[in-house]
Design a protein around this ligand. Structure first.
Ligand code: PBG
Ligand code: ZN
Length: 332
């Protein structure tokens, strides 16, 4: 009988961790810059680069300053953006008409950015909350309830106007039933058969969007979004949201937020053959900065560990505010 060496003291797992070269050889690499999409906030005007108090390192840009900022991320190998329009109360109406204005700030930003950087892949957020006076993601009826089917028509108008402006991908985030089918149909009938449709398919009613709502000026003026965004207490419904969007014609699915929902990313990845995007949301960004600021952790370590976790769960595309700090925080 030969001796079994596959146990302590002969078996020592620390052998494989004894120096950086061995460790690095065995480590899954962090995702490269080509996997990142940088979410940006764009406002009217020129020369604007307004720091966001709740999201240090992020700004509201006018189109001209955004072109410059994109030059910097482009040099790091980040070739993709997600654009959010931010407008003042004078542009907001109950039905969010500004959203599909052909010379709206998002539409113009898309045109200018594509002209400056032709290899950029531009996603646009398609929702009503940035443009409605009440701040909800759909239109309201007399009693203040969000009306699903009428909202679909308006979301389709926004998506079409973004595609017409040259957006490579539209990303509906309103969590209305049937929004993917409605938008896919509208794109097809207008001849935009190459426009990518990234669904914010499993988007939870989360406490992690606070800094974003301040940045985008899009908090609901009354109530919350629980009657349309997914309930994090209901796993089966959360999965169904994404699977239905696949059947409605989405090209890519998304889980949002990401860090509290790594289990959903992992399950979704096993349930679909479509690419899965993770939205590493504002609260996740600001939370790590706040921790580091208090001296409770090292920012670079925290960012790398969190992106590594999202990657391990099966994330294909990272929609992340860390994108514009890729070289400092994520490069070896
Ligand atoms: C709007 C929208 C939100 C986010 C993306 N699109 C906010 C919300 O649903 O209230 C959140 C992004 C983030 O927190 O970084 N539909
Ligand atoms: Zn919205």
């Amino acid at each position: 009988m030969s001796k079994n060496f596959a146990e302590f003291p002969e078996l020592r797992l620390r052998r494989l961790r004894q120096n950086a070269t061995v460790r690095n050889m065995l480590a899954a690499p962090l995702p490269g810059p080509e996997k990142f999409v940088w979410p940006v906030f764009v406002v009217e005007g020129s020369g604007v680069k307004q720091p966001l108090a709740a999201m240090p390192g992020q700004f509201r840009y006018s189109i001209d300053t955004l072109v410059e900022a994109v030059g910097e991320v482009h040099a790091m190998g980040i070739k993709s953006l997600m654009i959010f329009g931010v407008v003042g109360p004078e542009c907001k109406t109950p039905s969010g008409d500004y959203g599909w204005s052909p010379d709206g700030v998002v539409q113009r930003a898309v045109g200018t950015l594509k002209a400056a950087w032709p290899d950029l892949v531009i996603f646009t957020d398609v929702c009503l909350c940035e443009y409605t006076s009440h701040g909800h993601c759909g239109v309201l009826d007399g009693s203040g309830k969000v009306v699903n089917d009428h909202s679909l028509e308006l979301l389709a108008k926004i998506a079409l106007s973004h595609a017409a402006a040259g957006a490579d991908a539209v990303a509906p985030s309103a969590m209305m039933d049937g929004q993917i089918a409605a938008i896919r149909q509208a794109l097809e009938s207008a001849g935009h058969q190459d426009t990518l449709l990234l669904s914010y398919s499993t988007k939870f009613a989360s406490g992690m969007y606070g800094p974003f709502r301040e940045a985008a000026n899009s908090a609901p003026s009354s109530g919350d979004r629980k009657a349309y965004q997914a309930d994090w207490r209901n796993l089966r419904s959360a999965m169904l949201e994404s699977l239905l969007d696949e059947s409605e014609g989405a090209d890519m699915l998304m889980v949002k937020p990401s860090l509290f929902y790594l289990d959903i990313i992992c399950r979704l990845k096993e349930s679909t053959l479509l690419p899965v995007a993770a939205y590493n949301v504002s609260g996740e960004y600001s939370m790590l900065i706040a921790t580091a600021d208090r001296g409770w952790g090292d920012l670079k370590t925290l960012v790398r560990e969190s992106i590594g976790a999202m990657s391990r769960a099966g994330t294909d595309i990272f929609i992340s505010y860390w994108s514009n700090q890729y070289d400092k925080l994520l490069k070896e």
